[in-house]
Design a protein around this ligand. Structure first.
Ligand SMILES: C[S@@+](CC[C@H](N)C(=O)[O-])C[C@H]1O[C@@H](n2cnc3c(N)ncnc32)[C@H](O)[C@@H]1O
Length: 234
């Protein structure tokens, strides 16, 4: 007998469709999310290092992923003007359990406005390695449920990151294309062998984002623990 081969592209389509269908009843809130994220653009004036922020479809992908998996503790590398942080915070606000986000940025130091109710612990002007060490010192080993990487993580930081995570931690990589940082972070983590038992879900295609009322292709890939994928009868 020959096994059936399913490409990550095909499987990814099914996963993003399920994630967006899961959040479809919240379509009405898309407008509120987008206007809050737009207001964050004003923070660029305070930025010491003015760089890229996430696109609308990427923000919605992150919102929908957090809304679906309902993590209690999120770790993020790369706060900048906080579009990704606030998108995840707004998704936490609507979950059944309270959730907290820890986020760091080594080049900027301004506080984010309170656009969501969920607590955000900022580590301004701090490298990811400093935040990981501080989180470990606060007793958060093995407690992180969801990681959003929108910065570059060094190989030597991976063992500490792994010790903050659990077998069911979901990873989201921004800039997942070509040789951009998302793809590089993923390759480093894969090669480290410290984060096994996960399947890569490439960023959602333009075709899927259009189906859910948004333009463009997303740049956020997910790395999902096999244990969080449930095939149901209907
Ligand atoms: C693309 S921006 C983040 C955009 C942000 N997620 C948003 O939605 O507005 C990346 C930021 O991460 C910071 N960064 C990159 N690598 C980092 C690291 N290892 N530790 C802390 N900050 C880092 C950069 O200085 C930059 O400000």
């Amino acid at each position: 007998m020959q096994p059936l081969s399913l490409s990550v592209r095909l499987f990814g389509r099914a996963v993003w469709t399920a994630i967006f269908e899961n959040t479809a009843f919240e379509d009405a809130q898309q407008g509120e999310l987008l206007s809050k994220l737009h207001s964050l653009e004003a923070l660029r004036k305070q930025a010491e290092y003015d760089t890229g922020s996430i696109s609308t479809i990427t923000a919605w992908s992150l919102f929908a992923a957090v809304r679906t998996f309902q993590p209690e503790l999120i770790l993020e590398v790369g706060t900048f003007i906080g579009k990704s942080t606030i998108a995840m915070g707004l998704a936490l606000d609507q979950g059944r359990r309270p959730g907290t986000i820890h986020t760091c940025d080594f080049s900027n130091s301004f506080p984010l406005p309170a656009l969501c109710k969920s607590p955000i612990v900022q580590y301004p002007k701090k490298m990811s390695s400093d935040m990981f060490a501080a989180m470990l010192a606060s007793g958060l080993a093995g407690k992180v449920d969801f990681v959003h990487l929108d910065g570059r993580v060094a190989e030597q930081e991976l063992p500490v990151l792994a010790s903050l995570c659990k077998a069911t931690t979901v990873f989201a990589f921004d800039d997942f294309e070509g040789i951009e940082k998302g793809a590089i972070n993923y390759m480093k983590m894969l090669e480290s062998g410290l984060f096994q038992g996960r399947i890569l879900i490439p960023p959602c295609s333009e075709e899927i984002s259009r189906r859910f009322g948004l333009k463009d292709a997303s740049r956020t890939a997910l790395w999902l623990p096999n244990a969080l994928i449930n095939i149901t009868a209907q």
